[in-house]
Design a protein around this ligand. Structure first.
Ligand code: TXA
Ligand code: MG
Length: 345
C-alpha cells in the first residue's frame, strides 16, 4: 500500500499550521484513515477504534499478527469509562494517580468495540496519553483511537521523528512529529480484571510506584520472569499476546552481557576482540553505566542506529535488574531484541 504522506512537524509549525494540521488529522481519523502521532512513550499509529475497516488497515500497514490486541487511547475519563463495563474504584484511583500518562488499564470491553480492535478478547486496554498532541488529536477526532507503536511489526518502536518517517512514509496519509518521546519505552500494561491486578508488560509506571501512589498491590505476570530465565524451554504463555512475539529485533545480533559491574567491562572486551578478529563489526553498549531512565529513553534509538551503522553484533552490558523497577522494563525490551541471548557472568 503506498500513498502520499502529509508530514506535520508540530514543533516547528506556526499556531495556525498546528491548528489546521490537527483538524486535518482528526478528519482523516473520522473518515477511516491512519495517522501516526507522538505520545510520551513511543509514537503511535492511530485509527478510529470503533471502525473495523480502519483498524484493519493498521494490521496491514504494520504487518501485525491478528491475535495481538491494540491499545485504545482516550482523551478523558468519561471516554475511558464509556469504553468498559468495568470502570470501578480501582480504575478511578489508578487513573487519578497516573493519567494522563504511560499506564494502560486492561478492563472488560464495552459493547461497540469491534472484535478486530481487541483481537477478539472480552477485555480492552485503555490509556489516556500524556502527550498534548495525542490528546488534542483524540478529542478532535471525537472518538477513541486504537494505536499500536508506529513501527513495522518486529522492529524497534519509534521514539524519534526520523524513526516513524523511516517506517511509515508513503504508507499512511499523515504523520505528526514532535521530536523525541520522553519515556522511550511503551506503557505499562496492567490487567485490572483480576482480584490482584497483574502487570502484563512492564514500563515506566512500576509496581512500586503504583503501591506508593494508590496503595494498590499488583503482581507481575509470572511469564515475564520465566521468559527471563529460560525462554526456549519455558513454554512461555504471557497474558498480553504481544509479549510473545520476537520484537525490537535489529538486523544486528544482540548479545546481553549481564553481571556484576566490575566483570562486564573485561568480558565485553574479550568478546569484542574475538568477534572483531572474525571480521565482525561490533558495537559495545555500557547500559550498566546509564540510569534506567536514560537507558529507557535511548534503547530503541540505539537499536536503530546500530543497523544504520552496519553493525553485525551489539554487545549490551547490563547489571542484573531489580524486579519491579524501571530497569526490569528496560531489560524486558533488551532481552526481546536479543532473542534472549544472554551471557550471565
Ligand atoms: O506506550 C504504548 O503503550 C504505545 C503508545 C502508542 O501508546 N502503544 C503500544 O501498543 O505499545 P502496542 O500495540 O505496540 O502494544 C500493546 C500491548 C501488546 O503487548 C498487547 O498484547 C497488549 O498491549 N494488550 C493490548 N490490549 C490488551 C488486552 N485487552 N489484554 C491484554 N493485553 C493487551
Ligand atoms: Mg509495539
Amino acid at each position: 500500500m503506498t500513498c502520499r504522506t502529509i508530514i506535520l512537524n508540530y514543533d516547528e509549525a506556526t499556531a495556525p499550521e498546528r491548528e489546521a494540521g490537527l483538524e486535518k488529522a482528526a478528519a482523516i481519523i473520522r473518515r477511516g484513515g491512519l495517522v501516526a502521532f507522538p505520545t510520551e512513550t513511543v509514537y503511535g499509529l492511530g485509527a478510529d477504534a470503533l471502525n473495523p475497516e480502519a483498524v484493519g488497515q493498521i494490521f496491514t500497514v504494520k504487518g501485525r499478527p491478528a491475535d495481538n490486541p491494540l491499545i485504545v487511547h482516550v482523551a478523558d475519563l468519561d471516554q475511558a469509562a464509556a469504553s468498559t463495563t468495568g470502570w470501578d474504584d480501582r480504575a478511578e484511583r489508578l487513573a487519578a494517580a497516573f493519567w494522563p500518562g504511560p499506564l494502560t488499564l486492561v478492563l472488560p470491553r464495552a459493547d461497540g468495540f469491534p472484535d478486530i480492535t481487541t483481537a477478539g478478547l472480552s477485555t480492552v486496554g485503555l490509556r489516556l496519553p500524556g502527550h498534548p498532541v495525542a490528546r488534542a488529536l483524540i478529542s478532535q477526532a471525537e472518538r477513541p483511537i486504537a494505536a499500536p507503536s508506529a513501527n513495522l511489526s518486529g522492529g524497534p518502536s519509534p521514539t524519534r521523528a526520523e524513526h516513524v518517517i523511516a517506517d511509515l512514509n508513503d504508507k499512511v496519509p499523515m504523520i505528526i512529529t514532535a521530536g523525541d518521546c520522553r519515556v522511550g519505552i511503551e506503557s505499562t500494561v496492567l490487567d485490572l480484571t483480576l482480584e490482584t491486578p497483574e502487570i502484563l508488560r512492564p514500563g515506566f509506571v512500576t509496581a512500586g510506584v503504583i503501591f506508593e501512589k494508590t496503595g494498590i498491590r499488583v503482581t507481575m505476570d509470572p511469564a515475564l520472569n520465566t521468559a527471563r530465565q529460560n525462554y526456549a524451554e519455558s513454554g512461555w504463555k504471557p497474558k498480553a499476546p504481544g509479549m510473545k512475539y520476537r520484537h525490537y529485533a535489529p538486523k544486528a545480533e544482540v548479545i546481553v552481557v549481564r553481571g556484576p559491574a566490575e566483570r562486564i567491562g573485561p568480558e565485553m572486551k574479550r568478546l569484542c576482540q574475538i568477534e572483531t578478529a572474525a571480521g565482525k563489526q561490533v558495537v559495545e553498549w555500557r547500559l550498566n553505566e546509564l540510569s534506567p531512565e536514560k537507558a529507557a529513553f535511548e534503547l530503541f534509538d540505539r537499536l536503530r542506529r546500530a543497523d544504520l551503522e552496519g553493525a553485525d553484533i551489539i554487545l549490551a552490558g547490563t547489571v542484573s535488574q531489580t524486579d519491579g523497577d524501571l530497569s526490569f522494563a528496560v531489560m524486558n525490551r533488551l532481552l526481546k531484541s536479543a532473542g534472549y541471548h544472554v551471557i550471565d557472568l
